[in-house]
Design a protein around this ligand. Structure first.
Ligand code: DGY
Length: 327
């Protein structure tokens, strides 16, 4: 190890052709890809570490910051930063980087894929075809839900919520949405109506979640929320698992409080094999692949590496979640 070079810690290996020359000039240690967070074996390096590049399921709590007196930047390869104690970073003057924008379209595409698969029961239909339950063209077989004229409730009209709504408009769906601030421009642009959460839950045929995970949104969709939904409603979550209360969801799916769910994110994540959500025909689970396209992931890595490099050099990060550290 060269003590003259700044030391950086990548919690997970990244392909060399994504990294390119972005790490030239640094001493790099890389975590074990099968472990989350900072591997126990790497804790001893924290004292010297100038920058950490982490993934969305690597917790960066205050205890890690306490062990890292020379830390100049935490760079998350994700837009969501709920895995990082941002307030503690801010208190120490450490900028936190993230990767907004680049994954908007990919995540919106995946949301639509999930939504359409659940609406048209594709996993069940495909399994029936493969397993010998396709005897004839059945007029009443595999009847799905139309998107045309469906009311779709978008919870959180940020970048991804908007990209999902734009796609749905072209399917002929009617959009209603919630958002923290008023968004008359979005109402106009999407011929949509901004409503409160209760109205959205009561009137939507499909509900799609696009809020970040914060104290405010943790368990936003709980038992009481499911009780308000139509029994024919479909819930789609491509945001963060903990926005939905998992036990309440299981009950809602079992007891027919809602029709079905499509989940790209879960709580816990990953969902352990044998989990009851995997046993339910009316629940489709994918392993947090919203941003999983080659281009998107490569650009996310590039942005995260650029944020890391800027932070270590004392330059403002291009995408910083706590710019108040520069005040
Ligand atoms: C993010 O970046 O927060 C997404 O969840 C990744 O898919």
């Amino acid at each position: 190890m060269d003590p003259n070079k700044p030391l950086i810690l990548l919690t997970h290996e990244l392909p060399q052709n994504w990294v390119g020359s972005l790490l030239d000039g640094y001493e790099v240690i890389v975590g074990n890809k099968n472990e989350r967070g900072i591997d126990r074996g790497l804790i001893k390096y924290l004292e010297r570490v100038s920058g950490i590049l982490c993934l969305l399921d690597d917790p960066i709590p205050v205890e890690i910051l306490d062990k890292s007196p020379n830390l100049k930047v935490v760079s998350n390869m994700a837009v969501g930063v709920d895995n990082i104690d941002v307030a503690a970073c801010t208190k120490r003057g450490i900028p936190v980087g993230h990767t907004p924008g680049v994954l908007t379209e990919g995540t919106a595409d995946l949301t639509l894929a999930l939504l359409l698969s659940v609406c048209r029961e594709l996993p069940q239909a495909s399994a029936d075809a493969r397993e010998g339950r396709w005897s004839n063209w059945d007029p009443t077989g595999w009847l799905g839900k139309d998107l045309k004229d469906a009311t779709v409730g978008i919870v959180g009209m940020g970048k991804i919520g908007t990209a999902v709504a734009e796609r749905l408009v072209s399917f002929g769906a009617r959009i209603i949405f919630t958002n923290r601030g008023q968004q008359p421009d979005k109402e106009k642009q999407l011929n949509a109506t901004q409503v409160d959460l209760d109205e959205l839950l009561l009137t939507s045929d499909i509900i799609s979640l696009h809020v970040p995970l914060t104290d405010e949104t943790h368990s936003l969709i709980d038992e009481a929320a499911f009780q308000k939904m139509k029994s024919s409603a479909i819930l789609i979550n491509a945001a963060r698992g903990a926005v939905v209360n998992t036990n309440a969801l299981i009950r809602a799916l079992k007891e027919g409080q809602i029709r079905a769910a499509g989940l790209d994110v879960t709580n816990p994540e990953p969902l352990p094999p044998g989990h009851s959500l995997f046993d339910m025909e009316n629940c489709l689970v994918t392993p947090h692949i919203g941003s999983a396209t080659e281009n998107t992931r490569r650009i996310m890595a590039e942005i995260a590496l650029q944020n890391l490099d800027a932070g270590i050099k004392g330059l403002p990060l291009t995408h910083c979640v706590n710019p108040e550290v520069y005040d």
